[in-house]
Design a protein around this ligand. Sequence first.
Ligand code: NIG
Ligand code: FE
Length: 390
Amino acid sequence: MTSLLVRHIGELVTNDPSVGDGSPLGLLTDAALVVEAGRVAWVGTTAGAPDADAVQDIGGRAVVPGFVDSHSHLVFAGDRSAEFAARMAGTAYSAGGIRTTVAATRAATDEQLAVHVARHVDEMRRQGTTTVEIKSGYGLTVRDEARALAIARTFTEETTFLGAHVVPEEYSADPAGYVALVTGPMLDAAAPHARWIDVFCETGAFDADQAREILAAGRARGLAGRLHANQLGPGPGVRLACELGLAAVDHCTHLDDRDVAALADAGTVATLLPGVEFSTRSPYPDARGLLDAGVTVALASDCNPGSSYTSSMPLCIALGVREMGMTPAEALWAATRGGARALDRADLGQLAPGAPAHFVVLDAPSHLHLAYRPGVPLVQDVYASPVPTG
Ligand code: NIG
Ligand code: FE
């Protein structure tokens, strides 16, 4: 078995509070790590590092865990840049734009969709993302949701059935009929390719009763629930997620004190998606208030053609810091370990012995530069070799 020693790491973020400075980031300086069979085998200082078959000296740069992007909608076709331009000229964002992408996605071939996902996953990887969750939700027929998830599955284990994204045009007079389709034949076709089930619980999409019914149907088929909620206005979605003990509820832009208390009590992760507020020119969620209340916060890209067409976790970190009151350390944790929590993946987002060796070398001396130097391509190298099975 070949081992690799990575040494002279100026600052290593382990996200293991039992090592280094004892902070949640578990910071070590002049650090080293050993990788064996795709996993972290050892972490410590360069001076104390063991021998290995190969050595890589990274000259004092910082190493951070690979980003865990727990929310994306990569299976789509078409272009909505004109909608973005109109928004920047004053038109408000509306969930109805989803239908434009639905039409283009239905018209695309499997191959076109797969090529498109591959391009975006590659774009994410080059920016340091080593795990991505991918949702369906732009097909909204039995065939189109199933094929979206089958394609997504070829890129990640973290696939999410989002048949309940919006009621498609052809069901606009019969939303109950659409819920029956989602919880029946569409779920049957989607379940083999999905780990999660999600609902856009928002005025203009699905209400709390519908969300409850759809999540229950998913749970009966072995799919764990998550929600899009409180994005465009206040609503019941966040408290529903907490009541059901979901791993995560995403957006969380419009919250009241009861929502925040429910999140803190339930331990449901609040996944904040600042690319949305940036791209729709809207007020950001209150990350500071959530953190101060003891809520676990994750940051994710929500990469999609409508509300947030960015694949950049470094941008989300910079926005979390600049616009949402997070410290650079909190934002980095939220984009790594927080994303892992949101996906209920205790193995990810941490560089501790036994964890997958998913890490990023920054062309910078510390993680602070991720927020300090917004828009600068600091990701120099990304390690995410597969962990052998069996
Ligand atoms: O997460 N909120 C719902 N879905 C996406 C937006 C999708 C679109 O506009 O196409 C989101 O923001
Ligand atoms: Fe989304």
